[in-house]
Design a protein around this ligand. Structure first.
Ligand code: PLP
Length: 394
């Protein structure tokens, strides 16, 4: 074991993110691993070529850069193995495909990331796999939906547009009793604020594009598995040919080093603004699991170590022009998809358009906010000016 690895043997997440996946001794003392760009890996002898007994055999499989980040994420998630893929969405599709065959039935939370649903409704349907959506708050009642051909339960907690907290331990109990694979999209909390594998989940999926990369400058995904699940995910990676880019992987490693401080700041600012919004007349509802008013708050407090910077609000009914006046001239909140970067974002979302097992039909528009790393007083002033514009007759 190298010196840097000894240092890595610690339990504190803030220390872990600073030290995991690094081995300066192996790279002339330089603090960060280099970006290995490569396809061909040479074998020194015919014997080695035949046996493939060397650490690296082909660029698509692994490089020292990908291994460094995989090892770090794996330790943060408490898994047996992590593989990196080219995007969070590819992590979702690769992980789901790993366990299925034609004729299977799967249970997917109604709050799942919309492209995840599209994959199920289009690609899985084409392959002869039936998807059934369930109420995210179903808990142990999910047992009533399990059929003889049910293979897998997919969870996402909280949902990234509607923020329902799922009772993962209750669902895990059912999955274990019925011998089903349990997958979770853990992007919102990251492994620093939620550790699915410790609560009975087999596979934890991370859209690293969001908080891990943290600067809105790369696409990257990770799949972390238990020992039991790892060989299925490995086979899927090999046969589907998923692979992350070298630079993107490096940006993931770079983002990882500041993940704890960034998340803690996102958490504090988002809670501050969520509470401020709860007291505003324009707002009908704030949907943030860290608030006592959230229906999933008790489960969140039991299972999560924190809340990230993403939450929702429902405005009191306003017409489209008024909503446009609010959104169009915000100074610091950008309007755009994705989240987890340093800047604040806001987008109207329409969960009612895709949900099938549950309804989403509030009287006013639903908005999703990502609270970035800016000064909270500036952010509040920005929103306040938006509310004032919303109230003026145009
Ligand atoms: C963004 C997102 C993904 C997909 O990640 P990409 O890297 O954008 O492909 C998956 N799940 C959730 C919850 C997300 O928010």
């Amino acid at each position: 074991m190298t010196k840097s690895k000894d240092k890595n043997a610690c339990d504190n997440p803030a220390t872990k993110v600073a030290h995991l996946g690094r081995d300066p001794g192996a790279q002339h003392g330089f603090v960060n691993p280099p970006v290995y760009r490569g396809s061909t890996v040479l074998f020194p002898t015919f014997d080695k070529l035949r046996s493939r007994e060397q650490d690296y055999t082909y660029g698509r499989r692994a490089t020292p850069t990908t291994r460094a980040l995989e090892e770090a994420i794996c330790q943060l998630e408490g898994g047996a193995e992590t593989i990196l893929v080219g995007s969070g969405y590819q992590a979702v599709t690769t992980a789901i495909l790993a366990f299925l065959k034609s004729g299977d039935h799967i249970l997917v939370t109604d709050s799942a990331y919309d492209p995840t649903r599209k994959f199920c409704d289009y690609m899985l349907a084409k392959l002869g796999v039936e998807t059934e959506y369930y109420d995210p708050t179903i808990g142990s009642e999910i047992a009533t939906l399990v059929r003889d051909n049910t293979r897998l339960i997919f969870t996402e907690s909280p949902g990234s547009q509607t923020f329902e907290i799922q009772d993962i331990p209750a669902i895990a109990k059912v999955a274990q009793a019925k011998d089903l694979w349990l997958l979770m999209d853990n992007t919102w909390a990251t492994p620093l604020y939620f550790q699915p594998l410790g609560l009975g989940v087999d596979v934890s999926i991370q859209a690293c594009t969001k908080y891990l990369v943290g600067h809105a400058d790369a696409m990257l995904g990770a799949i972390t598995s238990t020992t039991r699940a790892a060989k299925y995910v490995d086979n899927a990676k090999e046969t589907l040919g998923t692979t992350p880019g070298s630079e993107e992987t490096y940006l993931g490693l770079r983002g990882l080093r500041t993940l704890q401080v960034r998340l803690d700041r996102h958490q504090a600012s988002a809670l501050h603004i969520a509470r401020w919004l709860e007291a505003r007349d324009e707002v009908a509802q704030v949907i943030h699991p860290g608030l006592k008013s959230h229906p999933g708050h008790a489960i969140w407090a039991r299972d999560f170590k924190g809340a990230s910077g993403l939450f929702g609000i429902v405005l009191k009914p306003v017409d489209t022009d008024a909503l446009a006046r609010f959104l169009d001239d915000l100074k610091f909140f950008g309007m755009g998809y994705s989240w987890g970067g340093f800047e604040s974002l806001i987008v109207p979302v329409l969960p009612g358009n895709y949900r099938t097992a549950t309804t989403w039909a509030p009287d006013g528009p639903t908005l999703r906010l990502h609270i970035g790393l800016e000064d909270v007083e500036d952010l509040k002033a920005d929103l306040e000016a938006g509310f004032a514009r919303m109230a003026t007759r145009s």
